[in-house]
Design a protein. Structure first.
Length: 265
C-alpha cells in the first residue's frame, strides 16, 4: 500500500473523531423540553420518539432497497437479507414500548398539555413506511396538519412509487407465474407453496413480507395498549380519538392475499 493511501486508525490521525462522525453535539442538543418547570420524564418521552424516528429512517432505507432489489430481479437474496434486518428492527420498536411504560400516567400528565397540537399522527416517516408497504390511502394527506411542503412532497412521491407488493408481483412475473389479477396471484401462490423446492426464493420472500406485516401489526397493538394505559380513552393531543383511532388501525394488513393463502392451503 502506498504511503498516500495509508489510513491511520490511531488517535494520531486526528482527522475524524467519534463525536464528529456521529454529529453528537447536534444530536445531544436535540432534546428540548417544553415543560416549565421541567418535568423529569419529558426527556424520556422526547428521546424515545426521536429514537423511533431514527429507526423509521433506517427502515425506509432498508425497505426501499429491498423493494428495488425485487424489482431488478437479479438480487433477490439481497432483498431477503434486508427484509430480515427489517424484522429485527421492528422487534426493537415493539420492545422500546417497555421503556416508555416506565413512565406513569401521573408523570406523563405533568407535561402532556404542552404537547398539543403535536401528535404521533404527524409522523411523516411512519406514514411513508405504510405507503411503501402497500397501505396507500391518499385520504391521509388531507388529514395531516402542520407538515411542510417538503414533507408533503415526500408523501406524494411515496404514493406514486411502487410498493413492496408491486415488487413482489414482479418477482412472480420473473418466475413465469401469473399475477394479472388477485385470483391469479392467489393461484400462483398456491403453486409456490406446494412446490417450495422449485420456488424457494419466491416462498422465502412471501414469508418475509408476511413477517413484516405481522411485526407492524404487533407494534400497532402494543402501541394502543400503551396509550390506553397512559391516558385511557382521552382524545389524542392532535385532536384524534386517541386509543379508539389506534384500535381501528390494528387489523390493517399490508398483504391480505398472503394471509388468505393460509386458508387455501
Amino acid at each position: 500500500m502506498s504511503e498516500e493511501n495509508f489510513v491511520s486508525f490511531g488517535e494520531e490521525g486526528a482527522k475524524l473523531t467519534y463525536g464528529s462522525y456521529l454529529r453528537l453535539p447536534q444530536l445531544l442538543d436535540a432534546q428540548h423540553l417544553e415543560s416549565d418547570p421541567p418535568a423529569h420524564d419529558e426527556l424520556l418521552f422526547i428521546t424515545i420518539h426521536q429514537v423511533y424516528e431514527l429507526w423509521f429512517k433506517q427502515l425506509l432505507h432498508e425497505v426501499t432497497a429491498a423493494r428495488d432489489a425485487m424489482l431488478a430481479g437479479d438480487r433477490l437474496w439481497w432483498a431477503q437479507h434486508l427484509l430480515q434486518r427489517v424484522h429485527v428492527i421492528e422487534r426493537t420498536l415493539v420492545q422500546q414500548v417497555d421503556v416508555l411504560e416506565t413512565m406513569t400516567p401521573q408523570d406523563f400528565l405533568e407535561f402532556r398539555q404542552r404537547l398539543a397540537p403535536a401528535s404521533g399522527f404527524q409522523s411523516v416517516q411512519f406514514r411513508e413506511l405504510e405507503f411503501l408497504s402497500g397501505a396507500q390511502d391518499p385520504a391521509y394527506l388531507e388529514r395531516f396538519r402542520g407538515i411542510t411542503p417538503a414533507e408533503r412532497e415526500r408523501l406524494d412521491r411515496r404514493l406514486a412509487e411502487p410498493t413492496l407488493w408491486d415488487a413482489f408481483l414482479s418477482v412472480l412475473r420473473g418466475h413465469d407465474l401469473a399475477c394479472s389479477s388477485e385470483e391469479e396471484v392467489a393461484a400462483s401462490l398456491r403453486v409456490v407453496a406446494h412446490d417450495r423446492s422449485q420456488y424457494a426464493v419466491v416462498w422465502a420472500l412471501a414469508e418475509a413480507l408476511l413477517q413484516h406485516d405481522e411485526l407492524a401489526a404487533s407494534w400497532r397493538a402494543r402501541h394502543v395498549v400503551m396509550v390506553e394505559r397512559m391516558i385511557g380513552d382521552k382524545s389524542g393531543t392532535g385532536g384524534s380519538s386517541g386509543s379508539t383511532y389506534l384500535r381501528s388501525r390494528v387489523p390493517l394488513k399490508y398483504f391480505p392475499v398472503l394471509w388468505e393463502l393460509r386458508s387455501a392451503l
